[in-house]
Design a binder for this molecule. Structure first.
Ligand SMILES: Cc1cc2nc3c(=O)[nH]c(=O)nc-3n(C[C@H](O)[C@H](O)[C@H](O)COP(=O)(O)OP(=O)(O)OC[C@H]3O[C@@H](n4cnc5c(N)ncnc54)[C@H](O)[C@@H]3O)c2cc1C
Ligand code: FES
Length: 266
């Protein structure tokens, strides 16, 4: 919801390298940042590093938000200039964030059991959804995908929330769409999939879209798109959607980043 978004100077409380590629930051933040909902994101002003100063803010999903403690956390893959600068932040330093932005995930109280399916950095986006669903009394099955076991992230967050976690990896030959589809079909057959949620992989989105359409299951996807403003003004994040047989173009930052997965096109 861009209406409530503000710019805030936050204090870094924790900066932790999780493995060879991923990093977690926790900052002290007041409302509205600390009230960010799962699926919403922030535009982070990434600090300069010896490699240079990022020109644009970088979009990052909320990994955790705790209004009582006044904290927000992010979990990210260190990919380029911006995220390298973020990973270099130390406790006590300042992070400038703009948000919360966009429309997050929706949970229907009538659902008894949801399935979250994600890969790589997309697991950071899905983790708070798992906690919110458990908090609302729903069962959660999480199928989490990574290149190899040592690069898996957020599985601890899903487990801490009480989700049933299945890990699939390229290294073990278990992350292919055919195997993941078999796992999903098993959950659907067992009556444990009232809704599907996905993030982080075009191949997994394709599986989710097909099963959601075939079985008439609600499905949501959090899309990642390169962004400039993050506020709906520059139109650089537009993607195509098929709605009622027509192709429509929507801004991922403003109309999403969470969309009906059955409508999202590649
Ligand atoms: C709504 C939203 C939420 C996101 N949440 C997370 C998150 O929780 N954790 C996380 O690790 N990443 C997340 N991302 C992706 C993150 O924004 C990019 O990894 C980051 O902007 C890269 O910046 P950089 O300066 O480090 O790399 P750059 O030097 O800008 O780019 C490095 C590589 O990453 C690619 N890239 C750059 N921006 C994006 C982008 N927005 N989406 C996909 N690829 C990109 C570039 O094409 C390039 O190949 C999110 C993106 C969006 C749009
Ligand atoms: S990033 Fe500017 S409109 Fe979406």
């Amino acid at each position: 919801m861009t209406g409530a978004a503000t710019v805030q100077q936050t204090e870094v409380l924790e900066s932790t390298a999780l493995n060879a590629e991923y990093h977690r930051l926790r900052v002290r933040a007041a409302a509205p940042a600390a009230t960010a909902r799962p699926g919403q994101f922030f535009q982070l002003l990434c600090p300069a590093s010896p490699a240079g100063t990022p020109f644009l803010r970088r979009p990052m999903s909320v990994f955790g938000a705790d209004p009582a403690a006044g904290e927000v956390s992010f979990l990210f893959k260190v990919t380029g200039l911006g995220t390298r600068g973020l990973a270099g932040l130390r406790a006590g330093e300042t992070l400038d964030l703009l948000g919360p932005l966009g429309n997050g995930f929706t949970l229907d109280p009538a659902w008894r059991h949801i399935v979250a399916l994600g890969r790589g950095a997309g697991l950071a986006t899905l983790a708070p959804l798992g906690a919110a669903a458990r908090g609302a009394g729903m069962g959660v099955s999480a199928i989490l995908s990574a290149r190899r076991p040592t690069l898996m992230v957020a599985d601890d967050a899903f487990r801490a929330a009480g989700a049933e976690v299945t890990l699939v990896t390229d290294a073990e030959g278990t992350s292919g769409p055919a195997h993941v589809e078999r796992l999903l079909r098993g959950l659907i057959a067992a009556g444990r999939c009232d809704a599907l949620f996905t993030c982080g992989s075009a191949r997994l989105l394709e599986v989710v879209r097909r099963l959601a359409q075939g079985f008439g299951i609600p499905a949501q996807v959090a899309l990642e798109q390169q962004m400039a403003c993050g506020l709906g003004m520059c139109f650089c994040c537009v993607r195509a959607f098929r709605v009622d047989g027509q192709v429509l173009h929507r801004r991922v930052c403003y109309d999403g980043p969470v969309f009906d997965a059955r409508e999202a096109l590649e």
